[in-house]
Design a protein around this ligand. Structure first.
Ligand SMILES: *Cc1c(COP(=O)(O)O)cnc(C)c1O
Length: 411
């Protein structure tokens, strides 16, 4: 099989112009947007303005004058169309971990006769840790965290399950769950469903309302490009909102925060999921980052993402020198997200060798190299260059050099 004409693919790419909206260091190929999105240029200027103009000049008046106080709601409304949510159901706040805690507690309230949080064994660890933390707090008679292998998920939906908590795209393998089918199956069994969209939002169209999803969380710093530690978001379907009281009932979620009433009264709607003061610099950065999505057709984004991941897998499979690498990512378009995960016993060292050559990927224990394709800014030429470098590193065993064996804290 001859290599595709990557330059021609770039010329034909209807999204190619978006790349110029990002700061991308020359001489480097960034294939880690699934972990930390690249810097949108709009963020640089917005932050400079918020710091110098708003905070610096207008000081505390900025909460009203520059609508700082509204940012969690207005950002939620800007994220909503990216995840298929009608207005009034998405809030931008806190981290995924903290939002999971709030929503899981609410799920138990909504299913008082049930105590199990069911999840998948290889879910992202924080999802499992937060469920265990809540179970520890509430005690075993009220909450149990249960994680089973993927193949046993649907069979495990017995009448003790209050909520099924799943990540739509697996962070290790890039496997994509069928949201519609699984949501329906869980709801038929009387459970609620909570989807973690960390590797979906901004990478592929998500249809929360159309799938009748109950709750969801998602990440601001991955495919939404909001910057390191950007605020996350949560979704709770309208039909559940006014019946629940979230446990982190801070003043920002009060109906009238500035009455300073000693009695807590939750705000109406999704705003009750606020806890403390929002981090305005992070919110402002995410707000500017979302400009890139304005007017964008998510189906088009998805087409490019699928083409890139398919071409990358094809190129790896076609190359005899790469036969010793396994591919963990599904070939079926409907079953994968926007990353390709390859495995190799020397995966860590191979990732380091790629990084030394300016091809930024990441590694996940024990042996996985992740290649994230961000359709907003990655080009087909970059994909081709990454394949060539990978072949050279593996065929000549360049990864065996001692300097590639040293581990840092963040991989
Ligand atoms: C990245 C990621 C998180 C991160 O959670 P934070 O609390 O926002 O740091 C959570 N879940 C999944 C599936 C992720 O991929």
């Amino acid at each position: 099989m001859s290599a595709p004409d990557y330059a021609q693919l770039d010329r034909d790419d209807p999204l190619a112009h978006l790349r110029s909206q990002f700061e991308l260091p020359t001489g480097r190929i960034y294939l880690d947007g699934n972990s930390l999105g690249a810097l949108p240029l709009a963020v640089k200027s917005r932050l400079a303005d918020v710091v110098a103009g708003q905070w610096g000049q207008d000081l505390i008046a900025s909460w009203n004058r520059h609508h700082w106080i509204d940012l969690p709601i207005t950002l939620g409304e800007r994220i909503a169309p990216l995840v298929g949510a009608a207005p009034g159901q998405v809030l931008c706040t806190d981290s995924i971990s903290v939002n999971l805690f709030k929503l899981l507690a609410v799920a138990l309230q909504l299913r008082p006769g049930r105590r199990v949080i069911l999840s998948q064994q290889d879910n992202f660890p924080t999802d499992l840790y937060m469920a265990e933390g809540l179970a520890g707090l509430l005690g075993n008679s009220r909450c149990e965290s249960r994680a089973v292998p993927e193949a046993r998920l649907l069979d495990s939906l017995d009448d003790s399950v209050a909520v099924l908590m799943l990540t739509q795209v697996n962070f290790r393998t890039g496997h994509l769950h069928d949201m519609q089918e699984i949501t329906a199956a869980a709801q038929r069994a009387g459970a609620l469903v909570l989807w973690d969209l960390a590797h979906s939002a901004g990478a592929l169209p998500v249809e929360l309302d159309a799938c009748a999803v109950d709750m969801a969380v998602g990440c601001g710093y991955k495919y939404l490009n909001g910057g390191p530690g950007a605020p996350a978001f949560l979704y709770l379907a309208q039909r559940h909102q006014d019946q629940v009281q979230q446990p982190l009932s801070g003043w920002m979620g009060h109906q009238r925060a500035f009455d300073f009433d000693p009695r807590y009264e939750p705000a109406s709607g999704i705003a009750r999921f606020l806890s403390g003061t929002p981090g305005i610099l992070g919110m402002a950065a995410l707000d500017a980052a979302l400009d890139v999505f304005a007017g964008l057709e998510l189906a088009q984004l998805r087409r490019k993402s699928l083409t890139m991941t398919r071409l990358f897998m094809d190129a790896v499979t076609a190359e005899p020198a790469l036969a010793e690498l396994g591919c963990l990512t599904p070939r079926a378009d409907a079953r994968r997200g926007s990353q390709v995960s390859l495995c190799h016993p020397h995966g860590y060292a191979i990732a380091q060798a790629l990084i030394e050559r300016g091809i930024i990927v990441d590694f996940r224990a024990p042996d996985i190299i992740r290649f994230g394709f961000a359709p907003l800014y990655n080009s087909y030429i970059e994909l081709g260059t990454a394949v060539t470098a990978l072949v050279d590193i593996v065929a000549h065993r360049h990864y065996e050099a001692p300097r590639f064996q040293l581990r840092s804290r963040v991989t």
